[in-house]
Design a protein around this ligand. Structure first.
Ligand SMILES: C[S@@+](CC[C@H](N)C(=O)[O-])C[C@H]1O[C@@H](n2cnc3c(N)ncnc32)[C@H](O)[C@@H]1O
Length: 251
């Protein structure tokens, strides 16, 4: 592993992200220097069409060598893959699409699943759809623009247009606004979509951090949820640590 891969602050794209990028990401869903569109162009130019493995590897290569991206990444992505395989979903939902990397990993690990991803920013939906089309999964991976907290509009759309019914949801990946993890989980549970045995994975529980979500899962351990905390590193470097929570819904 090169020093630049290990130490994120040696990379100019990381320093840009740590500056104005963190402000931009909250308001626009993008870092603000065009790196997300550049990642799409890089994938279309370099990854074999129809080859999910190659598309994911090309996105990882871009994030390591060109510009850091805030995907779940290769290391935590392996934890995500294992949790998806454990859930063996027919229906999976991700919150926070970004460039479409996480949803593509879910689709790869669950070849029979319909995968939905809810994203705040239309520009990210446009990018992700290009990535999914290039990987050959556009027929079963769908981005819905909105938020779970938008007063019921997105929840109603998932129910009315995309087959989200009682007990239908097998797998949920939380990777969006860290303060929204807990309220959005409650909204989804209140709709009754998760069945006993469904799996919920939450990224970035340590960095940037979702302390209320972590405390809730600790409090509910063995009653409504059974949670394993996976130690990992923040995406695309090995200096900073992160936590991925994998929780089984007990009903
Ligand atoms: C960390 S990125 C997601 C990375 C993606 N899951 C992956 O692994 O490739 C966070 C994304 O969540 C989006 N976002 C932020 N708040 C949101 C919300 N309340 N609902 C849906 N998306 C949101 C941002 O626009 C951004 O695209």
């Amino acid at each position: 592993m090169t020093l630049k891969r290990r130490l994120p602050f040696l990379r100019w794209s990381v320093l840009r992200m740590a500056g104005s990028g963190t402000r931009n990401i909250v308001t626009t869903g993008q870092i603000g220097d065009g790196r997300e569109a550049a990642a799409v162009a890089y994938v279309l130019a370099n990854a074999r069409a129809g080859d999910i493995d190659d598309v994911l590897a090309t996105i990882d290569k871009f994030a390591y060598e060109e510009s850091m991206l805030i995907n779940v990444g290769d290391e935590k992505g392996a934890l995500l893959d294992a949790a998806v395989r454990r859930a063996d979903p027919k229906l999976a939902l991700e919150l926070g699409t970004y460039c479409g990397y996480g949803a593509l990993r879910i689709a790869r690990a669950a070849p029979a699943a319909k995968v939905y991803s809810v994203e705040l920013a239309e520009a990210n939906a446009v990018n992700a759809r290009q990535i999914w089309a290039h990987a050959g999964v556009a027929d079963r991976v769908t981005c819905v623009v909105g938020t779970i907290g938008d007063g019921g509009r997105t929840l109603d759309a998932l129910a009315a247009e995309h087959g989200f019914t009682a007990g239908a949801l097998d797998f949920l990946f939380l990777d969006h606004d860290k303060d929204a993890y807990l309220p959005d989980l409650h909204s989804i549970v209140d709709r009754g979509w998760l069945h006993a045995g469904a799996i919920v994975v939450a990224d970035n529980v340590k960095v940037p951090g979702a302390p209320k979500y972590r405390a809730y899962m600790r409090d509910q351990q063995g009653t409504r949820w059974n949670t394993v905390e996976h130690k990992a590193h923040l995406e695309y470097q090995t200096l900073l640590h992160d936590l991925v929570l994998e929780s089984e819904y007990l009903g």
